[in-house]
Write a protein that binds this ligand. Structure first.
Ligand code: ADP
Ligand code: ZN
Ligand code: ZN
Length: 749
């Protein structure tokens, strides 16, 4: 890497404000400055942060003498050449500032120059023989207990003294005694604030520990992928494997090949909630190779993040597992990116930069000549289209491991059930049956709260949020009505606020009601609810899942949080309470989402030795997603759905850019959206873009802001994005109208 001498000019992208590159003189830190360095720059009267993007170039600066950099924030570059290139591409593709991309690529703790913490750690001094342990346990039981614990740990070989004391509840004297006898060594070390290295980690580590014999299908997929890794050239593979077909096992084989060859791996999961399970499996598998698996997501403390970042950047750790933003982790010698559950909308970031984690993963793999492996039981139509056009290769796992059957899916027509019941007769019977056999049930629905809405049968009144165009949700535990869009709340009225009728009542059922009803029909059963409301407490999710895995919970009730990726062998029944909800969304992907949901949720059932069943409750039992899911007919659903998409030119046949206008005055919002269309129409037509709108969004008002949208359909994004960026700069905006451009939009509400 080229380094700057003191007098040399460098080009810097400031992280705040200016939106373009500025030239500086390298200055006193000259010998250390290189492309990717994070530096302090004088900017007007302030000192700001910036990233050096080029050394030995002043970008044609003509303003007299250059100012000097004021030094480095971190002693080594925070981005490599590939990172700088990725930022350049993302800014162009997602029509945003490069500084906005750099800001998400470099964690705050790193930007703030956070230094590692030091602490006292203990390691095993020598490995005790069984007799020695027994002798010690007799003579000094406390010391014996500590030594036995440490000797039994495979994955972790260094323990912060404070953590060990807390975990084993021993006095300092016990540890000192072991150090004196030479059983333990004590030293000062850099503290690693390693996430999930705590009491719960043990329970999460139960599965995946033993290496298994691959099935024929798994072995074929692994062979193909290992060859791709060996070839060391950019490729993308879509691993389409039914639920429970052992995709994770395939990922791990390929990862192992990469690690043995000295490469690094990024493993993406769609939700923070899924990281503990995956981390547990990977740590158990790779500990024997001496690999440390690093966790990366938005819930880490700054300290944990800085440590994770440093461990990866220095090549001390070569595997990172995390949600979306882990795609930027500074993994050295990156050879493989795994994107698990690649179809998940959660990979899309809903704030600037509005990037798609999967698509960035593909691009980053390309920059590194690496393999990108996308896995799912229900691949997105986008990825299937890329397979069809030859951009991605595809691998199939059509069978579950051990010849386990895919679960039997029953569809219950709720129009024929007695009114007002939460559970159909069939589902209730099956739940009782499972409880008697000590097997577990998951009940799944899309709504939190007790009942969905408050409704008056006399005048038709429905309780709405005062600030958003959606109904309020009733929450039983504190008897409040809440808006799930803006969080506003109100007391539950006793009579209809409109006509004073006392008949006002609740319609629909939320997680709380399902939980209460399940407890009623299964006396003595332990029923636990997992949703965004119960998850406010830290670690609550992991605790519940651990308890569920250990069989301490009979019925788990939850929202989509529990519909993904989880692997519980003792679950033999899954109930989908209201399969229609996602069908009604005003979104062209509603069918695809419903189908994915059905298949994914069903996939949680029958993963162990016993076969599983699924009960789907629906008022529209004949709708295509439900019928295709019932027949396990993925290809049928896909070709049907693709046909529709092709007809209307929707994604994946064209890209969709979503342009949102919002503001407190509906007239202004509409007016500016219309003016904007007039301005860009000729230019966009020339680029072959089809424009729709402006029209009100499906949820027209959120938090008192009115929302209008325009849709642009196009074949290639970047020329359109460039044109729009240029026009956005030229347009006469009103400061009360906010506009948001979302490339490859996923959320259309
Ligand atoms: P998927 O991610 O495809 O839904 P998993 O990778 O979670 O499936 O595998 C499902 C279960 O099957 C896991 O408990 C896993 O340990 C186990 N498993 C995977 N491959 C095999 C195999 N070849 N033989 C036996 N068990 C396996
Ligand atoms: Zn009324
Ligand atoms: Zn609201």
């Amino acid at each position: 890497m080229e380094r700057a001498a003191t007098e040399e000019p460098v080009l810097v992208v400031p992280l705040r404000g200016v939106g373009r590159e500025l030239a500086y003189r390298a200055g006193p830190a000259g010998g250390l400055v290189e492309a990717g360095s994070l530096v302090r720059i004088p900017l007007g009267r302030r000192v700001e942060l910036g990233v050096v993007v080029k050394v030995g170039d002043d970008g044609g600066y003509e303003g007299g003498e250059l100012k000097s950099l004021q030094g480095l924030v971190q002693p080594f570059p925070v981005l490599r050449e590939e990172g700088l290139e990725l930022a350049r591409w993302m800014a162009a593709y997602y029509s945003c500032g490069r500084e906005q991309v750099l800001e998400v690529m470099i964690p705050r703790a790193v930007r703030q120059g956070m230094a590692p913490k030091r602490e006292r750690v203990l390691r095993l001094g020598k490995k005790p023989e069984a007799e020695e342990l027994a002798a010690l346990e007799k003579r000094a039981p406390q010391q014996g207990r500590v030594l036995a614990f440490l000797a039994g740990q495979l994955a972790v070989d260094r323990w912060p003294r404070a953590l060990l004391r807390k975990r084993l509840e021993v006095s300092p004297a016990v540890l000192d005694g072991l150090v004196e006898k030479g059983w333990l060594r004590e030293e000062e070390d850099l503290s690693e604030r390693l996430a999930y290295d705590d009491e719960l980690a043990g329970a999460e580590r139960v599965s995946g520990e033993a290496e298994v014999r691959l099935t024929e299908e798994q072995a074929a997929a692994a062979r193909d992928l290992e060859a791709a890794v060996e070839a060391a050239a950019f490729t993308v593979r879509l691993l389409h494997g039914v639920t429970g077909s052992g995709k994770t096992e395939v990922y791990m084989r390929v990862m192992e090949r990469v690690l043995r060859g000295g490469g690094g791996v990024i493993f993406l999961v769609p939700e923070v909630a899924l990281t503990p399970q995956t981390v547990g499996r990977l740590r158990a598998r790779f500990a024997v190779l001496g690999e440390k698996v690093v966790v990366w997501h938005s819930h880490l403390s700054d300290g944990q993040r800085a440590d994770a970042w440093r461990a990866l950047a220095r090549g001390e750790s070569r595997i990172v597992v995390g949600a979306r933003s882990a795609v930027f982790a500074p993994v050295a010698n990156l050879r493989l990116i795994v994107v698990d559950e690649e179809h998940e909308p959660a990979y899309k970031q809903e704030e600037v930069p509005r990037y798609h984690g999967r698509d960035v993963a593909v691009y980053r793999a390309m920059l590194n000549g690496a393999v990108c492996l996308l896995g799912s039981a229900t691949p997105s139509l986008e990825s299937l289209h890329n397979v069809a056009t030859g951009k991605y290769g595809i691998l199939h796992l059509r069978k579950r491991v051990d010849d386990r059957q895919l679960p039997l899916l029953h569809v219950v027509d709720m129009r024929r059930e007695k009114g007002g019941r939460v559970f159909s007769q069939l589902l209730a019977d099956k739940m009782r049956d499972r409880f008697e056999r000590r097997e577990q049930t998951i009940l799944f629905l899309n709504r939190r709260g007790h009942d969905s809405s408050l409704h008056c049968p006399d005048c038709g009144y429905v309780a709405m949020c005062d600030h958003c165009d959606i109904t309020l949700t009733h929450h039983l535990h504190d008897k409040r009505l809440r808006c799930h869009m803006c969080g506003d709340e109100a007391a539950v009225p006793r009579v209809c606020p409109n006509c004073r009728s006392p008949k006002i009542h609740y319609k629909g059922s939320g997680t709380q009601k399902v939980e209460a009803q399940a407890a009623r029909i299964l006396p003595g059963a332990k029923v636990v609810r997992i949703d965004a409301d119960t998850m406010r407490r830290r670690h609550a999710f992991r605790e519940h899942l651990s308890a569920f895995r250990q069989g301490k919970i009979d019925v788990l009730v939850g929202t989509q949080m529990i519909g993904k990726g989880l692997d519980f062998p003792n679950v033999t029944l899954v109930g989908l309470m209201d399969a229609d909800l996602s069908l009604h969304l005003p979104d062209f992907r509603a069918s695809e989402r419903s189908f994915q949901l059905l298949v994914q949720v069903s996939g949680r059932s029958g993963r162990g030795d016993r076969s599983g069943e699924v009960v789907v409750q629906s008022y529209l039992p004949s709708s295509p997603p439900i019928q295709f899911a019932r027949q396990q007919d993925f290809d049928g659903f896909t070709s049907d759905e693709l046909e529709h998409r092709r007809e209307f030119g929707y994604p994946p046949y064209r890209h969709l850019l979503h342009h949102l206008f919002r503001g407190k005055s509906v007239e202004k919002v509409r007016f500016y959206a219309e003016q904007w269309r007039k301005q860009v129409e000729p230019g966009l037509k020339e680029l072959g873009v089809e424009i729709k709108g402006p029209a009100p969004c499906p949820v027209e008002r959120i938090q008192d802001f009115f929302r209008y949208q325009l849709w642009y359909f196009c074949g290639k994004v970047t020329p359109v994005g460039d044109y729009l960026s240029e026009q956005r700069r030229a347009f006469q905006w009103d400061k009360e109208v906010i506009e948001i451009l979302d490339v490859d939009a996923v959320n259309l509400l």
